[in-house]
Write a protein that binds this ligand. Structure first.
Ligand SMILES: [Zn+2]
Ligand SMILES: [Zn+2]
Length: 333
């Protein structure tokens, strides 16, 4: 079968590999849609450990069950499913505390085990969720939307009356849709790209251009401020926009060695809450599948490119187009 393979650090190939063979509780999925994510590029750079190579990337994918192992009871051939990619140890303190996504030895399909940028993918039955008649490209957003919902839950974003999100990229938009679905009232986006702001407005959100004077006038105006850019210069300024008693969420992935200065006195005196969000917990994918049904027209706008896997390999190598949001590899059957 054809697959994108990271053969070693910074090395991508698109080639024929052996179709995996079924074992007891495993399921062979014919992949139908598989999303490209910043994490794939981090895996390629070796930032998730070198032991994973060679690996087929892709952790945001949906497809149809092609074959099932002898001991599979939860899924049948022909079911349409989405993959919950995280694989935890089940024993460490994070796992005991129901934070499987923070497991000390966390693995994932598409990161430490072959994932979704291939014609077929072998997945344990417990990692699969039925998607009914949802279109595959929409169902493949359940994983990133689940990550957004993990962040929404961590900071109770649904309680927000007036939120500000820096970065109208896929994660910022998914966070906003998830927060809105949980009850958040007014959400405003800040971005450098006017097209992205127009898109955010078309989904019912407000917008402010990052270079305008308007942004400077918004100090302490928001009860929730979110970074979805991963830029340290943005992350360190969030505190200026949050009101006293407000909350800050670090959703964007800043460089691992980046540092910011923050005043503990200010956090104390203004009673601020600062939270982070990493990946998704198992319940978030179930929650995402419920949320998806409430925002399909908006999600359609987030999937900007549906390509064949070979083109995805090229984008991984050369960079993604400037006007793209979520890029997916799709197979017709
Ligand atoms: Zn991802
Ligand atoms: Zn664990």
């Amino acid at each position: 079968m054809k697959a994108i393979v990271f053969t070693e650090k910074n090395k991508i190939t698109y080639k024929d590999i052996k179709t995996p063979e079924l074992e007891k509780e495993q399921v062979l999925i014919a992949v139908r849609a598989s999303g490209l994510c910043h994490t794939d590029l981090e895996v390629l750079k070796g930032n998730y450990g070198s032991s994973a190579f060679p690996v087929v990337p892709g952790h945001e994918y949906a497809g149809t069950v092609e074959q099932i192992g002898d001991e599979v009871t939860k899924i049948k051939v022909g079911d349409n499913v989405v993959v919950d990619p995280n694989i935890e140890c089940g024993y460490c303190l994070s796992c005991q505390n129901n934070n499987a996504h923070l497991c000390k030895t966390l693995g994932a399909y598409g990161v430490t085990v072959n994932g979704g940028f291939a014609r077929y993918s072998l997945v344990h039955q417990n990692a699969l969720h039925d998607i009914g008649d949802l279109p595959f490209h929409i169902a493949a957003l359940a994983e990133p939307l689940g990550c957004a919902l993990n962040g929404v839950g961590a900071i109770k974003a649904g309680d927000s009356n007036n939120a500000l999100i820096f970065g109208a990229g896929p994660m910022g938009l998914l966070f906003a849709l998830a927060a809105k679905d949980k009850g958040a009232k007014k959400i405003t986006f800040v971005d450098v790209n006017p097209d992205r702001l127009t898109l955010a407005e078309s989904m019912g959100f407000n917008s402010v251009h990052s270079s305008g004077e308007n942004l400077a006038n918004l100090n302490k105006e928001f009860d929730l401020v979110v970074d979805a850019t991963g830029l340290i210069k943005v992350a360190e300024k969030l505190i200026n926009f949050v009101c006293d008693g407000g909350k800050i969420m670090h959703l964007g992935v800043c460089p691992e060695d980046a540092k910011m200065e923050i005043s503990p006195f200010e956090i104390f005196r203004r009673q601020l809450t600062i939270a982070g969000s990493h990946s998704l917990n198992h319940h978030n994918i179930i929650e995402a599948l419920a949320t998806i049904h409430n925002c399909i027209p908006e999600l359609e706008k987030i999937v900007t490119h549906k390509l064949n896997a070979k083109d995805i390999a090229t984008y991984m190598q050369d960079g993604v187009p400037k006007d793209s949001l979520k890029i997916q590899a799709v197979w017709d059957n």
